[in-house]
Every structure is written in structure tokens, then in C-alpha cells.
Design a protein around this ligand. Structure first.
Ligand SMILES: Cc1cc2nc3c(=O)[nH]c(=O)nc-3n(C[C@H](O)[C@H](O)[C@H](O)COP(=O)(O)O)c2cc1C
Length: 174
């Protein structure tokens, strides 16, 4: 079946090489708006998104993220923008809601030809003292949990190919 949305969902890939230039503000806003329209449990719109474009803060977040792995490499692959998605720790749907937001962000970025990738370890970063201080600075209530980071930027280099889908991915029970 030919459909532009389905084709877009299938052609999104995780991007791990970025140009340094920041994405346009209107592009970032459109991606965030798509995130805010994700489905949420009981329609409570419980997650929060924090978009960081300040290079020093992106670098700090990358450093804190790398520290969780005891690694030195940039876990953000040089992306100039990161959106942290926080879930409401008081909700049963904390991770589910935030994951739906993440999915919308990744797919919205792709729809605008902007590279993106889900980056883990937001939980650990925002449980650290430095992470807690950032949360406070940004006005994020304490019971919000870092679920994931969505890095964004213009794609540098060849577009990755999708792996073949596993054979037993799908069952239709009729
Ligand atoms: C829950 C989750 C965690 C992920 N964490 C990372 C990560 O920390 N670093 C990274 O480079 N990619 C991460 N990814 C991206 C996956 O590696 C990627 O989606 C997968 O290899 C499939 O590739 P595709 O997105 O191009 O289809 C994560 C993806 C998900 C859904």
C-alpha cells in the first residue's frame, strides 16, 4: 500500500554523524509540537520536553551521559541539539508516555529531513547531583524522571540502510 506517512515511518533511521550547524528554530519548534501531540495515558500529557541548543549545555549533557558509561566518546555524536524527554514518575505510564513522545520526535525530525537518534542514560544523568541541579535550573519538578534523549541535527554523510526485519516479527490471528 502506497502512503507517504507509512513510507516515512519505514525510512527513518538513527543518525550518528551530524553537521555542526544548529537546526532552524522553526524546525525545532515543529518537532517539539509533534512530540506534544503524542498519545498519553488518559490524555494527561504527563511528560515534559526540554530542548537544549546551547552548545555548552549540550556538551555538559554529553559529558554526564558518557560518565554513566565510564566512556570518553561523545554519546551525542556531535549533534548540536538534544531534547530530553522526562516522564512523570508519579504516573503508571511514565515510560510509556515518554516513549510515545520520543517516537513522535524521531519521526517528525525525519519528516523534515533532520537526523535524529534515541540516546539512553537520561535516567542516570538526571539522578546525578549535576543532573538534579540542571532539573532545578530548568524548573522540572523532582518527581520527573529522565527517560530518553533525542539528538537532532542536519545529517552528515551517507544515509544508513535498515536491517532486514526478523521473520517472526508479526502474527495475524484471524
Ligand atoms: C530504547 C532505545 C535506546 C537506544 N539507545 C541508544 C543509545 O544510547 N545510543 C545510540 O547510538 N542509539 C541508541 N538507540 C538507537 C538504536 O540503536 C536504533 O534505533 C536501532 O539500532 C535501529 O536502528 P534505526 O533506528 O536506524 O532503525 C536506542 C534506541 C532505542 C529504541
Amino acid at each position: 500500500m502506497e502512503n507517504i506517512v507509512l513510507e516515512s515511518l519505514k525510512s527513518r533511521r538513527s543518525i550518528r554523524k551530524y553537521k555542526q550547524e544548529p537546526i532552524k528554530k522553526e524546525e525545532l519548534e515543529a518537532i517539539l509540537e509533534a512530540g506534544a501531540y503524542a498519545p498519553t495515558g488518559m490524555g494527561k500529557q504527563a511528560p515534559l520536553m526540554v530542548a537544549v541548543t546551547n552548545p555548552d549545555t549540550v556538551a555538559l549533557l554529553s559529558k554526564l551521559n558518557a560518565q554513566v558509561m565510564n566512556g570518553a566518546q561523545d554519546p551525542f555524536y556531535g549533534a548540536p541539539v538534544v531534547i530530553i524527554v522526562f516522564g512523570n514518575g508519579e504516573s503508571n505510564n511514565c515510560v510509556q508516555d515518554a516513549s510515545c513522545v520520543m517516537s513522535n520526535l524521531l519521526n517528525a525530525a525525519h519528516a523534515l529531513n533532520i537526523g535524529s537518534c534515541w540516546i539512553n542514560r537520561a535516567k542516570e544523568v538526571f539522578e546525578s547531583d549535576e543532573g538534579k541541579a540542571l532539573k532545578k535550573q530548568w524548573g522540572i519538578p523532582e518527581h520527573y524522571i529522565g527517560v530518553a534523549n533525542c539528538i537532532l541535527g542536519y545529517i552528515d554523510g551517507p544515509y544508513p540502510k535498515a536491517k532486514e526485519r526478523k521473520e517472526d516479527y508479526i502474527r495475524i490471528i484471524e
